[in-house]
Ligand binder design. Sequence first.
Ligand code: BES
Ligand code: MN
Ligand code: ZN
Length: 484
Amino acid sequence: MPMETKIAFTPYESVDADALVLIAFEQAAQAHPWIAELVKSGEFTGKLLDSVVLHHPNGVGARRLVAIGGGKSDRFTPAEMRQVAGTIVRSLKAKKMKRVALVLSEAFQYPEYVSAAVGGAILGDWEADLHKTKKEATNGIDEFTLVCPGGVTELADSFTRGQVVATAQNFARDLGNEPPNLLTPTVLARRAAQMAAETGLGCDILDQDRMRQLGMGALLGVAQGSAEPPFMIVLSYTPPVPLAGVHLGLIGKAVTFDTGGISIKPSEKMDQMKFDMCGGAAAIGAMQAIASLKPPIAVTAYIPAVENMPGGKAQRPGDIVTSLSGKTIEILNTDAEGRLIMADAITYAKRQGSTHLIDASTLTGAIVVALGGINSGVFSNHEIFQRRLLDAARIQGEKMWAMPMDDEYKELLKSASADIPNIGSRGAGSITAAKFIEEFVEETPWIHLDIAGTAWTEEAKPYLAKGPTGVALRTFVHLAQNWE
Ligand code: BES
Ligand code: MN
Ligand code: ZN
């Protein structure tokens, strides 16, 4: 049974729950009468995510009182709020509690904190147990209440927004966690179409024949080594009165499994390459949230979905393909397949009317070397647009870092026989990958997010299970909602 989430505006003393949770800050932890003694004894510090459980506290209706550390109060942003809520859900469901209430004191009763609190709880509740016959989380939390004593009822709207976005993010994480035998391009297209039918989004699924007619040679070259047919998934949202002059295009890489093709990857940890569709999943999930939040601008998502396999018909290193743009590409490494499918998806998005493009792609191992699992890499041809994206990402607690895009990097992409090769000559692998994509973007304002390091977390966090993170989705939705 999924966890139910509610908001309440009652005084916390009267809340009936298995656990009532208060956030206590480092400097002020001793101010709470219940907690003062624990601080004195050193059992609780108030450091971020530190926690302690008290039984039968005086003067409170709940059976237990839990204090969780908020860290330094002046550093407590919505990002910390999200982590606190997620940690509470994960730690208390491990302790078999059913009804949990988190108190948001008046000092933090603002829309971003409310959305982050319920969002963090929903994200924290997610487990990678879809295919486990014995669910570890069968003893999960039934009811999570955000208690805002004295809060204004408008906060309920922020609460709903937080619910919608986190639920969409969990949908994206579910897709990301599906095994590659069960989530082929065909299945991904079906899941996207089903979601579109349920939410009222426009949906167009281009099959191989249509892509051949259009001339998507770069995408089709990647797909030809697989027995699974490729699809271009197009999901569209149009507001009743769209803001004039802007049509946001979200493009998500969806390689449902990346073996590398003929330039095959080492077998060790190759299973991780099921995650190579997480950019596509983020775009699909973002569209689910957008369908219900109804931002003022038109948004269309393009998700090129393929499997990269080394079959008898697979493309070879040395092949030259003609992309939808007309530019010819020399395939020097079949494992640099993401940029090939993104090239055709971006050309298509532009021809369909996108004025602004953002892509999310698990594009390069090099970005994992550069930024690890902490920041996503940001690449852009437009400084103002990039600034706005970085602001949105910060507000949404998705760490992102801008990378250089100097013209000189383009010089590393030289082909003897075609317009452009699909790999750079040396160094700066993430940047040459971005420069390759930029050749197809041309002048349209564009941002590329390399999420190869951030789309999957190998270690569980106190507030998030191990597995797909759904990264980029919140930033996508935030930008669409706050366009003007
Ligand atoms: N999907 C991978 C990127 C990747 C690699 C993500 C390792 C996470 C870990 C992408 O398709 C790829 O294989 N990129 C190559 C490009 C290279 C051949 C220029 C890479 O990064 O090794
Ligand atoms: Mn690859
Ligand atoms: Zn890949």
